[in-house]
Design a protein around this ligand. Structure first.
Ligand code: 5RP
Length: 225
């Protein structure tokens, strides 16, 4: 099976957790794309009744086009369930997100959900976080000074560009800086330090947030809780 097919099997399996009258947070990325397709199909064919908030414009538009009822997060109570992708997950369910530059909204939605479920293909499971560059959403104002400070701290920051060599901009028109760390030995210490740096709007360390993971693997999707 291809990586995309593994993502799709995880996404379709995770959709089993969605039932009538639930409020759902929809994540962002290629795995979530399949989830939204499946939920859209159930809304149209099975008359599934759900109310959703999104973590990005992309997901919002996809879901709305499929007839899923979408709302601004601020107009909803705590969500019953958020389903999102991830870039890395370790054995303790600590993770890195933000490969799709949606980390700030993703974290806000996750923090406002009773239950968080991640959907990944098997390549995302790691023994230690950090091979995937850690994304930061940063304010453009003073961005170069922030990068200099991160460099001095030995965190190997790089501004993220598109393949067309344009600066990546988030839904809030901020920039993404990726920290090329190779390994993160103390995720909580790093998260705490990053939380206190002016100019960093959010970082992609999602710690102690996820309750359940559905992993797409060749033998079939596996639920880990
Ligand atoms: C977006 C994210 C994504 O959930 C993460 O990058 C995984 O993406 P994909 O499902 O395309 O592999 O954090 O900001």
């Amino acid at each position: 099976m291809t990586q995309s097919e593994l993502k799709q099997t995880a996404a379709i399996k995770a959709a089993d957790a969605v039932h009538n009258d639930m409020t759902i947070g929809l994540g962002t990325g290629s795995t979530v794309y399949y989830l939204v397709e499946e939920l859209g199909r159930r809304v149209q064919e099975d008359k599934l009744q759900i109310d959703c908030a999104s973590t990005s414009k992309r997901t919002f538009e996809q879901a709305q086009q499929l007839g899923i009822r979408m709302h601004p997060l601020s107009e909803m109570q705590t969500l019953d369930l958020t389903i999102d992708g991830a870039d890395e997950i370790d054995a303790h369910f600590q993770g890195i997100k933000g490969g799709g530059a949606a980390l700030t909204y993703e974290k806000i939605v996750a923090l406002n959900s009773k239950h968080n479920l991640w959907i990944v293909d098997q390549t995302k499971l790691v023994s230690q976080l950090g091979a995937f560059p850690l994304p930061l959403e940063v304010n453009p104002f003073g961005c170069q000074q922030l990068i200099d400070r991160l460099t001095q701290e030995g965190l190997h920051p790089k501004l993220r560009y598109t393949q067309q060599k344009k600066l990546v901009k988030t839904d809030m028109n901020n920039y993404i800086v990726d920290l090329h760390l190779e390994q993160i030995k103390h995720p909580h210490l790093l998260a705490d330090w990053l939380d206190h740096q002016s100019g960093i709007i959010e970082h992609g360390l999602f710690l102690d947030l996820v309750n359940e993971v559905v992993v797409g693997q060749a033998s079939g999707p596996k639920v880990i809780a």
